[in-house]
Each structure stands twice: as structure tokens, then as C-alpha cells.
Design a protein around this ligand. Sequence first.
Ligand SMILES: Cc1cc2nc3c(=O)[nH]c(=O)nc-3n(C[C@H](O)[C@H](O)[C@H](O)COP(=O)(O)O)c2cc1C
Length: 264
Amino acid sequence: MQYSSKYIIGFAAAVCLVCAIFVAGLAVALKPQQELNKVLDRKEKVLQVAGLLEDGIEKPAAEIQALFDENIRARFVELASGEVLTEAQLTERGIDPANFDPRKYLTEHGQDVEKNPAGVPEIPDVAQIYEVMRGESVSAIILPVHGKGLWSTMYGYIALADDGNTVKGLTFYEHGETPGLGGEVDNPIWKGLWPGRQVYNDEGEPEIMVIKGQAGAPEVDPYAVDGLSGATITGRGVGYLLRFWLGEKGFKPYIENFRKGGAS
Ligand SMILES: Cc1cc2nc3c(=O)[nH]c(=O)nc-3n(C[C@H](O)[C@H](O)[C@H](O)COP(=O)(O)O)c2cc1C
């Protein structure tokens, strides 16, 4: 049996249409689940950087949620003043703590900053941070950081001990660096070099840096971390982005308040 060209084109178009509707429907239907997974992944990273969850160990979602709820308190900080905002102040600014999306907030409320080595073009007025609770007191703070690597913007968290200076952990949850090179920012062995380092020097300026080559132990080389071999640019990017977010335009005012015991 011979089909006409019209029939073949029509049939192919109909198959394409059905498939397109199916794929689009699936994408829409799965979007809420994807968003939930993303939120859960961030919580997992926060717990890991706080040292409350081991890297690479799979845990059921309910367990991660429970661990997060038991130990972590989300706070909102006004970057310029370093003040922690009250619920009333959040409402005034139209911020819903339960559904806060830092990227969306930055897109809508970003303010341009001077060109900087971290490649951060704009900052928000308010950022969400996390406190690690030990009873009623804060045992560590977790700050969101981001900045340019070689190929991409890298997004992560740094955890600082209650002195506001000693690193407890560093992790990246999103980047587009090359696997095996810049992508080694994810490597647990490299991340293991961070705890115990100091971020601020005696003058209170952020001094932490990823160097080319090997650094000594934290007691000897408190402000330096080994470079990633074959990925000097990504490593340097990590150093610059930390210096940026720990600096005056970032969380320095908040950390100073926190050290004085006034931020929370
Ligand atoms: C395919 C390819 C991928 C690369 N990916 C990265 C990367 O993710 N991060 C990085 O810093 N350098 C990367 N580099 C290397 C840089 O181009 C540059 O040579 C390097 O950062 C210099 O670091 P080194 O002095 O440690 O060799 C890549 C190079 C190639 C050819």
C-alpha cells in the first residue's frame, strides 16, 4: 500500500505533537517534586557542611528533614548592617521565610557591586544564613557563598565555628567546573583540608586563600589551603569568593555582630 506524502507528513506531525504534549506534561507534573528535591538537597548540604551528616551517605528524606529541624535555624541577615531581621521586619519587606528562594530574591532585589575578583556582579540586601544550634546557643554559622570559577558560577556554603573565624567546613552544591579538575571542589579529601583554617587575619580582614601547591597544617598555615592540581583558576576562584562574602560587602558586619554576641 502506498501512502501519500501528505499522509506521511501529517502522521509524523501528529506523532511529534503527541510526544511533545506528553513530555511537556511530564515536565510540568514533575516540577513540584524537582523543587522539593532541590530544597532537600540544600538541607543535606547544610547538614554536611555543619558536620552533622557524612558526605556521600544516602539518608531517607524524612531523616534529613528531622536532622535539619532539630539542629538548624534559618535566619535572615541584612548585609549592610549585619542585623538579624525579626519576623515583623521580614513581613515588612515582603519576605516569606518558608518559601525563600535566594536566587530569585537576588534577581529581584540585587544591587550592583564594584568589579571584584570573585566575579560577583550584584548582592542582595538580605541573605538567608543558618545557625547550628546546641540547645539554646549557636555553635556554628553557615553562610551561602558564590562566585566565578573557570567555567561557571560556583554556589556553596561555608561553616564557621562560634568564634566566627575557624572553618568547620566548606561545600559546593552547584558548579560547572570540569570533572577531575575544577570539579574536585566536590572531592571530600579536598574539602577535608578546610576544617581548622582561619578566615580572618589579626587585622580582621579575610585572608583565606587557595594557594598554588601545598599548604601546611592549619596550625602552621591557617589562611592557606592546597590548590587543586591542574585547576589553579577554580581554586583561586574559591579563595576570592570566600574573601568577597566574608568581606565588608558580604557577611563581615554580621560576623562582627555575631562575635560580639549581638546578631542573634
Ligand atoms: C578541557 C580542559 C578543562 C579544564 N578545566 C579546568 C577547570 O575546571 N578549572 C581550572 O582551574 N582549570 C581548568 N583547566 C586548565 C586551565 O585551562 C588552566 O590551564 C589551569 O587552570 C592552570 O592550572 P595549573 O597551573 O594548576 O595547571 C582546564 C583545561 C582543559 C584543557
